[in-house]
Design a protein around this ligand. Structure first.
Ligand code: ADP
Ligand code: TYD
Length: 202
């Protein structure tokens, strides 16, 4: 089973993917916890090019190519082999992030994102958990981390609102795959909802 977490920056995806991995492991499942951009050696190198530096470091087109290159490496070297071994793969972000983020910076690029996905990735998660919350609260949480990886967060609150709407629209469009979880509550409460949604499908 291939599970992904999606949502705006600071919504709690990393926290929830870690919690879910721990709970599934405790139930005896073999779990691979991974993230994007990154998740394989090559993709982690590409990650640094993407998340550090000025917001206008790359054009939107170049950015799509870099995210897709990183995803292809992650898929080939980590995701597909782990699924073939019967493991549960949990990824903190995947292709929906490209659809929403790169689609939101320039709406007319969505067709390019979809065609590259079809040619180079061609894989959808079995289930996607969208952690939804108010961008102002999420931004406070995110910037408080001071990770040095704030290139996207520096696009600002209005951009994050646009992203939030983008993720919710995606969930409406693909209700079979996507489950929207209210991320404003405490991590344990959110985690309980996440686990019950996943156990429903397992
Ligand atoms: P993301 O991966 O979506 O950017 P994180 O899981 O890294 O989000 O969370 C961002 C920050 O908010 C972290 O400092 C984390 O400890 C904190 N955090 C995560 N979930 C919650 C929650 N439910 N309530 C309060 N703070 C949280
Ligand atoms: P991530 O480390 O998950 O950020 P955060 O923990 O703040 O949510 O991802 C880094 C940034 O890359 C994030 O701002 C979202 C962006 N991103 C895209 O724009 N497109 C993509 O395809 C992916 C995977 C991430």
């Amino acid at each position: 089973m291939f599970i992904t977490f999606e949502g705006i920056d600071g919504s709690g995806k990393s926290t929830q993917s870690r919690l879910l991995a721990g709970k599934l492991e405790a139930q005896g499942h073999e779990v691979v916890l991974t993230r994007e951009p990154g998740g394989s050696d090559g993709a982690e190198e590409i990650r640094r090019l993407l998340v550090e530096g000025d917001p206008d470091r790359w054009s939107a087109e170049t950015e799509i190519l870099l995210f897709t290159a990183a995803r292809r490496d992650h898929l080939e070297r980590r995701i597909l082999p782990s699924l073939a071994e019967g493991k549960i793969v949990i990824s903190d972000r995947f292709a929906d992030s490209t659809r929403v983020y790169q689609g939101a910076t320039r709406g007319d690029l969505r067709a390019m994102v979809d065609s590259l996905h079809a040619q180079m990735i061609g894989k959808e998660p079995d289930m996607t958990l969208i952690i939804d919350m108010d961008p102002d609260k999420a931004l406070e949480r995110g910037l408080a981390r001071d990770s040095g990886e704030d290139r996207f967060e520096e696009f600002g609150a209005e951009f994050q609102s646009k992203l939030r709407r983008g993720f919710l629209k995606l969930a409406e469009y693909e209700p079979e795959r996507c489950v929207v979880i209210d991320g404003t509550r405490g991590a344990d409460e959110v985690g309980a909802d996440v686990l019950s949604a996943v156990l429903d499908r397992l």
